[in-house]
Design a binder for this molecule. Sequence first.
Ligand code: E4P
Length: 213
Amino acid sequence: MKLFLDTANIDHVAEIASWGILDGVTTNPSLIAKEGKDFKETVLNMCDLVGCVSAQVTAEDFEGMKKQGEEYSGWHKHIVVKVPMTTEGLKALSSFRTKGIRTNTTLVFSLNQAILAAKAGANIISPFIGRLDDAGEEGMHLIADIMAAWKHYDFDTEVLVASVRHPDHIREAAILGAHICTLPYDVFLKLPKHPLTDTGLKKFLDDWEKYKK
Ligand code: E4P
């Protein structure tokens, strides 16, 4: 399973990349706005640290998405153009596929949307499970449906579990065989932790101190 960081904070990317387990970064307009830094500079700084950085188009029409996506993809070979799941977005995905531009389809909330994006040639689809949970649905059921459907076909589209809220989402996504999870920084920090690791290590070190005396 690939693990991505969901952020526009370069310090956070550098920290998690230093663990040696970070496969990519996803950004979105809200995350970029939160940091308040230059979009292109932020994305390029991230490209120096990881091999896959999703940069989202903000145009809503096909021509605008095409123009932005072609520009972004020219900035760095690590850039993946993030396209919203709309009919205009589908047209853009098909166009990017023919040009060899890698894409990530964002705001996927149903299996039918996932199938359309895959057929349009998306390299990655991003179902937002936390937002489904927030709306009173079971977001992980969507991942289960997509992974079950993917077994019947030969889509080469990777399933990226997005809008992750807590570590158990990663555990469940892994059991379902999802290809990628993108995690907020605070969830990433929780992943290595277990109380029994902490107490176990303390006992080892206390015993070692006693032995040395
Ligand atoms: C994914 O690429 C999105 O940036 C992200 O996971 C959205 O999550 P949110 O629901 O926490 O905003």
